[in-house]
Design a protein around this ligand. Structure first.
Ligand code: NM2
Length: 521
């Protein structure tokens, strides 16, 4: 132990957090108006930056995988991958994906069916096909590329340049030079905390009411805001107890259960649900997405201004960007011994396939209920809310008396592990120097867990989804620039190290030549 708190970072983050939460709670009406105005400004004025960010991220990933740099091994020549490809992919997926996929996987299509993209008529057959497609796009290749951009520089710095620092500021060194270790570096680390706050806050703010709706259905109690607060406290308590008593195993067991439950749910839906419809609609969606991949990435809807790219694609990109560095730190840690090409393709391919499987199974099962008049999901969504609609979909599965409680357990564990890893990261960033065998102070981890809960609770209380989206988009903006700096740093390092490597190799050859000539004469 003995890890010291970095008070300036800690304090700055706390002040911003309170600066957002208190006005939200005290001046609700004004806060709501402000949020709506901020949403418009952020998405209209800056939205295009996020889109270009996505295009650039995919470009960088392609270049890394296909260029000669793809062969570079993250580690020494004798380093073997620490984990098998299967468990590496599993860890990757579980770290990057949380309760959000249960939420949006089930319900995202319903928004698109009613307000379709690309000028398609609402509620039409085409709208249904695209509804099954767009979710896969928002959780697909571009999205995972956003995770890849910070991951590769961090991993390169850690395993190739052997700089034992898993900090964002350090990964910006290639561009910022020594400033990366001064006040500018500190600012970068603080902004990272804000981004994470926005990203995780969004997940918690969506996931919590969903679990509350589930519990209300299972136990027959009224679904109130109080129940959501209870769920949040429950998650904080679950992981808090384990963090506090150092029960590392506890969280490990929880996440193992999580993986099995998640896979079981998926298989069950495909087998017990309308199997053929699910398979056909997923296949069709995949085709539409691949065929229109370029257009979807570049679509700004400049003439009819439907608001679709702003409300969805840009929101999503911001959400992924906010999680990116956090995920990058984790990927860097688990990827020793793999080449850059393996990490890039692994993330983009396994990550996307995992998400597509969820969207395919959950979403198309739900859409089948809607299209065959078994359950009006859009009706529930419009008249009640998304959590109610999601729980009704799960309840429509066969054996729902067993499946629904398991779904709630799954979502609850997802939430608890998200709290855990985010609180751990926040505590780590707000700690001066953390050596490999050290952990941030426990009080800090608990503190951040509660602090993390505060933001989404206040946001949900005031402005619902829009408030969460605005916060995520706003807090992710600085991260967009930081991620770009990291990418440029990486490119510089790659070329620099290649030149130096060639120089060293040439020097070795010429000294050897000189020696042999000397021997000969
Ligand atoms: N992302 C993948 O709640 C979650 O699933 C966490 C969300 C960034 C959209 C990740």
């Amino acid at each position: 132990m003995g890890a010291r708190t970095d008070w300036p970072t800690f304090g700055a983050t706390l002040v911003v957090l309170l600066g957002i939460c208190i006005p939200l709670l005290v001046m609700q009406q004004q806060a709501n108006d402000f949020i709506n105005a901020a949403f418009a400004v952020m998405t209209e004025k800056f939205g295009i930056l996020y889109l270009w960010g996505g295009i650039a991220a995919v470009g960088l990933m392609l270049w890394l995988a296909l260029s000669r740099f793809g062969h570079i091994k993250l580690g020494g020549p004798n380093d073997k991958p620490e984990f098998t490809a299967f468990s590496w992919a599993g860890m990757l997926f579980c770290a990057g994906i949380g309760s959000g996929i249960l939420y949006w996987g089930t319900i995202e299509w319903a928004y698109y069916l009613q307000s379709p993209p690309l000028g398609i008529e609402a509620g039409s057959d085409k709208a249904a096909e695209w509804a099954a497609t767009y979710g896969m796009f928002h959780w697909g290749i571009t999205a995972w590329a956003f995770y890849g951009v910070p991951a590769i520089p961090l991993a390169y710095l850690y395993h190739v340049r052997k700089q034992p620092e898993l900090k964002l500021s350090a990964a910006c060194e290639g561009v910022l030079g020594k400033h990366a270790h001064g006040p500018l570096g500190r600012l970068i680390d603080i902004l990272f905390m804000f981004g994470l706050l926005g990203g995780v806050g969004t997940s918690l703010g969506l996931g919590t009411p969903m679990v509350a709706a589930g519990l209300s259905e299972v136990f027959g109690i009224e679904n109130s805001f109080g129940l959501s607060i209870f769920v949040m406290l429950l998650c904080t308590a679950i992981f808090g107890i384990s963090a506090y008593s150092g029960l590392k195993k506890g969280i490990k067991v929880l996440s193992d259960i999580n993986v099995w439950l998640a896979v079981a749910l998926l298989v069950f839906i495909v087998v017990a649900g309308p199997t053929l419809f699910i398979l056909k609609t997923t296949t069709n969606g995949l085709g539409l997405m691949l065929q229109n991949f370029v257009q979807m990435n570049f679509w700004t809807d400049p003439i009819s201004n439907s608001g679709f790219p702003e409300g969805w694609t840009i929101f999503y990109w911001a959400w992924w960007i906010a999680y990116g560095p956090f995920m990058g730190l984790f990927v860097a840690k688990i990827s020793r011994g793999r080449t850059i090409r393996q990490v890039v393709t692994g993330m983009l391919v396994f990550g996307s396939i995992g998400c597509w499987a969820y969207f395919g199974a959950l979403g198309n099962f739900a859409m089948h209920l809607e299209l065959n008049d078994i359950l009006s999901v859009t009706g529930l969504l419009n008249e009640k809310d998304a959590p109610t609609a999601i729980i009704a979909v799960i309840n429509a599965l066969p054996l729902s008396s067993i499946v629904l409680p398991l779904f709630c357990v799954l979502a609850l564990i997802f939430l608890a592990t998200q709290f855990d890893s985010a609180a751990y990261t926040m505590a780590a960033v707000a700690t001066v120097e953390l050596r490999e065998d050290e952990h941030p102070a426990r009080w800090q981890r608990l503190f951040w867990a509660f602090a993390l809960a505060g933001l989404p609770l206040s946001l949900m209380f005031v402005g619902g989804l829009k408030a969460l989206q605005t916060t995520a988009i706003t807090l992710a903006l600085p991260q967009l620039f930081i991620t770009a700096i990291m990418a440029v740093s990486l490119i510089r390092w790659l070329y620099q190290d290649e030149r130096n490597g060639v120089q060293i190799a040439q020097q070795t050859i010429s000294t050897a030549q000189q020696r042999s000539e000397a021997v000969l004469t």
